[in-house]
Design a protein around this ligand. Sequence first.
Ligand SMILES: [Zn+2]
Length: 241
Amino acid sequence: LNSQIEGLANLAVVDAALVEIEVAIKKATNEIATLESGLSRTQTKLDSAKKQLEGMDKQKREAEIDIRSMQTQMEHSRDKMGRSRTERETNAVQREMEELRRLIRDREIEIEKVQASAAATMELSATEEATSSTLRADLDGVRGPLGEKLQALESDKAAKLAAREELVKLLPVAVYRRYDTIRQKRGFGVTTTTDGTCKACNISLAPQQFQKLKREPVLDQCPSCFRLIYFTPPTAASVST
Ligand SMILES: [Zn+2]
């Protein structure tokens, strides 16, 4: 039975190390993923700004074409004005020209507005561009080291899993199953007692159970957290305190 306790204790150490390795793997993976998603968000903003700028440019060019054609109409109106014989004709041409002037002014205002929003969009784009290149540099900087770290973690994990397999083989199947079921549910599957309380959940064990654990070196189960439990004698440090 002592060897069962020892095997279980060794297994718990390996499992705790595996948990830490998993946490480190997740952290390294997340670090890369965070930078990548930041970069892709920035790229999306840049793409949409580019599209907006294209739209604005198109709107501006159309307005300019409109202005040119209205200026041509204006020339015609001036010719007509020169040829007009009656006051009525003159007034009609004058109204026409006023209307054209108004339309040209509207288009000019439109162009000014479009240019202002294009300038604002370009400014935002420049900011995003800077963010993007910072993120890209960060990614370039961490990808190599994090990749190496991940590789080391993965090989450490493989080694620990192999060691675990060997330790599991040494345990009776029923003991291992009970341990592993509780481990999966509660993070770790084995606990100890020194003074009659479970070190995992702090419940007081029945005196009878504690005496048995103390007397026999035996594996039992905590009545509260259901972890496998065994007795460990007090260490020098805990005696002196
Ligand atoms: Zn307990």
